[in-house]
Design a protein around this ligand. Structure first.
Ligand SMILES: Cc1cc2nc3c(=O)[nH]c(=O)nc-3n(C[C@H](O)[C@H](O)[C@H](O)COP(=O)(O)OP(=O)(O)OC[C@H]3O[C@@H](n4cnc5c(N)ncnc54)[C@H](O)[C@@H]3O)c2cc1C
Length: 653
């Protein structure tokens, strides 16, 4: 814990924690407000507060059915004629994720604060993947990140993205002030690996002898002989597996002798890390199983679908004697290219980057969220009734799935775009001078029939990575303390990661410091199908997530926690107070992979460049537009999209 804990660190489940704060006193009062004619508006109710919902969140029931019926070709059979709301905007944005919210913010810089902007969002909350989960434990508020975990990126933030973070008042360099980085280590807690009976023949929680991933020398230093000794004595692997496990981490062997560094990298870019381990390094198949889920937190697939070159970049074992030039090889995933400057730019709010979404909403809509600083905002309650008011120049309309976007006439000369959306079983139409599609690219061809075929194909190809981000509120973390555990990597289990939350205290939010205090633990699952190409694995995983009930997920969570922590006295019935499963069948933006995307290795036009071309009065944002699953990507793409529509406006003036 001597440094920032990035998403890369989840590769080994470096520990994080949840904090607790005083319940905010500023409860909002909903008043009678004007709403769009004909609209049912549950958002106006005093009780409307999505962050506090538990159970199945993320893409929650009610958020995706319309889009799926549009995909299946059944939507228009039942939709009836859309009611014209009579509204006309300067800009309509589809999607209230960080890209959509940033686009609204950037557009107002160009068009001024009076410009009329409507943001349509299919979920019941804003923020997209930047989702806030709130729990209450007595008089304390517990926060969790339901999606986007932190300000971090494999490459340095652009001037634009950094500028926005600063404009929101976030001082990234001040993060060390808020995090109790030594809390867990001071209590003797360390990362562990859980070996499950089904995969390894016995349920056993064993000390993790060496961090997967991580490039810091401190990670290597943590591979003390004592830890290795304990690991090898306790781990339920065969003698041969233990021997090759140790050898993999300690040998300095060159597995591709006689080749130059460049030739080796070219070979490593074309074979999976799993094949590297089995065929070149000759490790036992049980070792491959232990490492299988290592890259899940970054890529949503295991080592069968991650190149050996990327595994090298991520600091996985086996490359110490390969004498590879440290410069990035051709076709490396950006996540796998270490960058010191980027690593230093790290900030984690207790609700993750939902704080960024909330800060943007605060700027866009007066009175929507109280608080004078990012710290104050952490415990502030958003007033959802403010989001969609007639008198506000910027409006966010939740629970509204856009089903059609078309120009009012020939796209090259049309003066307006019509946007049709479905909301609680009815369809409505609004008009706008311009439209930014900041939604998932895979949805766009269904909304926008006018687009050229090649662009539609490129948009389809960006189907996202499915994930579960689960937050479990616990009454205490005494079992973690008794077992000396801060985080668990469980390669054979339903959730492959479970970790105490990052101990961050900010504003009035105080993290959990004593094991007898309540806490939230974060668990992660990526539903993949080892052996298939990455995109096929993601497709199968999406289907799995959509077809698994919350009851099944809950049972799996309780069972897994009981098995991992039972020896420390953990009792799920007594110790779990709430579970929120953030289901993201459409999670991380798909990032290109040298094993499956030839253009990434050989060069040439990437699908995202084709997909994000502006079309008439429509521009295309979202993290998908950069094939880059990071917040700064979402912001940069919003900036580009706003530039496209504003340049067009200037050129036509
Ligand atoms: C689980 C998870 C963890 C992550 N962790 C990190 C992290 O730690 N750091 C980091 O930098 N990045 C992280 N990322 C990536 C980061 O969250 C994204 O890059 C960024 O938030 C994407 O923002 P966006 O606005 O482009 O897309 P989204 O957040 O997906 O927003 C798009 C919105 O459009 C909506 N939409 C789709 N179709 C329609 C429609 N037809 N009508 C209306 N609305 C529609 C969607 O529902 C969604 O809310 C994470 C992503 C996930 C999924």
């Amino acid at each position: 814990m001597g440094r920032s804990i990035t998403r890369r660190d989840f590769l080994n489940g470096a520990a994080l924690t949840l904090g607790a704060a005083v319940v905010p006193s500023s409860l909002f009062l909903a008043c009678e407000r004007h709403t769009t004619p004909g609209h049912t508006a549950p958002e106006q109710s005093l009780d409307y507060y999505p962050p506090a919902k538990s159970g199945l969140r993320g893409s929650h029931p009610g958020s995706f059915e319309t889009a799926h019926s549009l995909r299946d070709g059944t939507f228009w059979q039942h939709a009836g004629t859309a009611a014209d709301t009579g509204e006309s905007y300067d800009l309509v944005i589809v999607g209230a994720g960080i890209s959509g919210l940033s686009a609204a913010h950037f557009y107002r810089r160009f068009a001024g604060p009076k410009a009329r902007v409507l943001i349509l969002e299919n979920h019941d909350d804003f923020g997209g993947h930047a989702k806030r989960n709130e729990f209450s434990a007595g008089n304390r508020m517990l926060l969790g990140f339901g999606g986007t975990y932190s300000i971090e990126s494999p490459a340095p933030y652009s001037t634009v993205a950094k500028g926005l973070i600063e404009e929101l008042g976030i001082n990234v360099a001040s993060f060390p002030k808020y995090v109790s980085k030594d809390l867990y280590s001071s209590l003797g807690l360390t990362p562990r690996i859980f070996f499950d009976q089904e995969t390894f023949g016995a349920d056993k929680l064993v000390v993790d002898p060496a961090s997967l991933g991580g490039t810091e020398t401190s990670d290597r230093a943590s591979q003390t002989p004592a830890r290795w000794h304990q690991f090898l004595a306790e781990v339920p692997l065969t003698a041969e597996a233990r021997r090759t496990y140790y050898r993999l981490y300690h040998d300095q062997k060159d597995y591709l002798p006689g080749l130059s560094s460049e030739e080796k990298k070219a070979r490593l870019a074309r074979i999976s890390y799993a094949k590297f381990l089995s065929n070149l390094a000759g490790v036992h198949e049980q070792v491959v199983k232990v490492l299988q889920a290592g890259p899940h937190p970054l890529f949503g697939v295991g080592i069968d679908a991650v190149s050996a070159q990327d595994a090298w970049g991520l600091g996985f074992p086996g490359f110490a004697g390969m004498r590879l030039d440290p410069s990035p090889g051709k076709g490396m995933n950006r996540d796998a290219i270490p960058n010191k400057e980027a690593e230093r730019y790290f900030f984690h709010f207790p609700d993750g980057n939902a704080s960024i979404a909330r800060l943007l909403v605060q700027k866009l809509i007066a009175g929507a969220i109280p608080g004078d600083s990012p710290g104050e905002l952490v415990t502030a309650r958003a007033n959802y009734a403010k989001l969609d008011e007639d008198e506000s120049p910027v409006r966010i309309r939740l629970n509204s799935t856009v089903v059609r976007v078309n120009h009012d006439g020939d796209p090259s000369t049309a003066k307006q775009v019509e946007i049709t959306y479905a909301r609680f079983g009815k369809t409505y139409r609004v008009r706008a001078t311009s439209c930014i599609l900041a939604c998932w690219h895979v949805v766009i061809p269904y909304l926008c029939e006018e687009l050229p075929g090649k662009q539609k194909q490129a948009l389809y190809s960006s189907a996202k990575v499915p994930l579960l981000y689960t937050n479990v509120a616990l009454r205490n973390w005494e079992a973690f303390q008794k077992l000396g555990v801060s985080s668990i990597y469980a390669p054979g289990c339903y959730h492959t990661e479970a970790t105490l939350d990052v101990p961050v205290s900010i504003g009035r939010y105080q993290c959990s410091r004593q094991p007898d205090e309540p806490i939230v633990i974060h668990m992660m699952k990526t539903p993949c199908r080892p052996g298939l190409p990455a995109r096929d694995q993601h497709r199968a995983g999406r289907i799995e997530l959509f077809s698994t009930t919350f009851e099944t997920m809950e049972r799996n969570i309780r069972d897994q926690l009981a098995r991992m922590l039972g020896p420390g006295g953990f009792d799920p019935a007594r110790d779990i107070s709430a579970i929120t499963v953030n289901r993201w069948p459409h999670g991380y933006a798909y990032e290109y992979n040298s094993l499956f995307d030839d253009f990434w290795l050989e060069g040439g036009e990437t699908p995202c460049e084709v997909a994000r071309q502006p079309f008439g009065r429509i521009a295309i944002a979202n993290a998908d537009a950069g094939a880059y699953a990071y917040t700064d990507g979402a912001i940069d793409q919003a900036w580009r999209a706003v530039g496209e529509i504003t340049n067009r406006a200037v050129n036509q003036a």
